[in-house]
Design a protein around this ligand. Sequence first.
Ligand SMILES: [Zn+2]
Length: 466
Amino acid sequence: MYLAVVNALLLTRGRLLDPSQRLEAVADVLIVEGKVAALGPEAAAKAPRGVKRLDVAGKVVCPGFIDLHVHLRDPGQAAKETIATGTAAAARGGFATVVCMPNTVPPIDTPSTVALIHERAAAEGRVNVLVAGAITKGLGGEELAPIGSLHKAGVVAVTDDGHCVQNHELMRRALEYATMFDLLVMDHCQDYSLVTDGVMHEGYYGTMLGLRGWPAEGEELMVARNILLAESTGARVHCQHVSAAGSVRLLRQARERGLPVSGEACPHHFTLTDAALAGSEEFWRQDGAGLLASAGSAAKPPNWPAYDTNFKINPPLRSAADREVILAAVADGTLEVVASDHAPHCNYEKEVEFDYAPFGITGLETAVALALMQLHHSRRMSLLDLVARFTTGPAKLLRLASKGSLATGMDGDVTVLDPEAGWVFERGQTASKSLNSPFYGWPLKGRAVVTVVAGRIAWQDASLAR
Ligand SMILES: [Zn+2]
């Protein structure tokens, strides 16, 4: 008799951690035809013949992680990254879903570009790719993009990321427009008149190194602008890669008043500081002291020179005091999302004088480890709450009704973690096409070991492949 091949996966004996159901228990998970079919004792009983089994005893089984801030550089910048390589890096890093930013070539400001990305993602994507469309045409900040048509084409949010809409009247119209579709508007908060050509945090180290400052108020002003406009329009506004203590203060007050504003934190902002720009010696002596404690006392801290362009990021690495406030904000939920801001660049672009190098670093493969170290192993958060920042947090903002949860009937996306695994991020290991990470050689603790997308294993660590 002919047996139809079913797409079925049974994850056995893992410790299930699902913030959407406040669930923490050792339980099996069954996924059939891309959807969660059963949890617990009935999972094995319901498994169809020919089910693929994966023993994940001792590991932590979570809803598939979502990274709502990723630059896939596709179309148009295939030398930096493609949908194939970027989603391979996402799978390795434990992300089952990524949201790609619209600053591609051409920018994602028309329905046809959205369709092109959906097509490519279906053909070569290793994980789910959701698309963020532009707020303004060509990310030029002068004329609104066709937000209604972009929404119809399937974008999950709009943003001019990489750029920031400077004209407040235009931003207000974008927010009014977005409310018609309950679409999330995300903003890279940067006031151009204050920041001008700043390249690093304005402070002690910036002065010492003689680099032009990117002051915290350059971010805080736009966060305040977004809060005021969210209040007047009712639109949902999300502040991307929040880096400054003052931005957190504004967001916390606004959220206490019930305004529909949110923010995300990036691992580099809650791990590194501007001292890193002065070289590794200065960093480990000062702000980095104790940072690798969770990775073990034998862990050898890596070295890098001053003015290393792999620490050049926008918004910039800020002070130790800012870092502390960002960590506290993720822990108390003021910042309800952790996102990588994975921003690949070619070696030849980064291997120039600091002033001339592009902003941005890769981050998909180190985000989970750094979050575990800085937020969980440091005892700031429970693992369940940290998992929420990667699952229910982004799913809720993006209105993803079938993601961020392992309840029966939800999408069969799973991230399996080994929170205790010690490892070192090596240059040769990355699946990204670009090498611009500041974290090579870092002793890390905790990582994803399996990434499942719609019931299929998108990536698994060699230790489980036996
Ligand atoms: Zn940005």
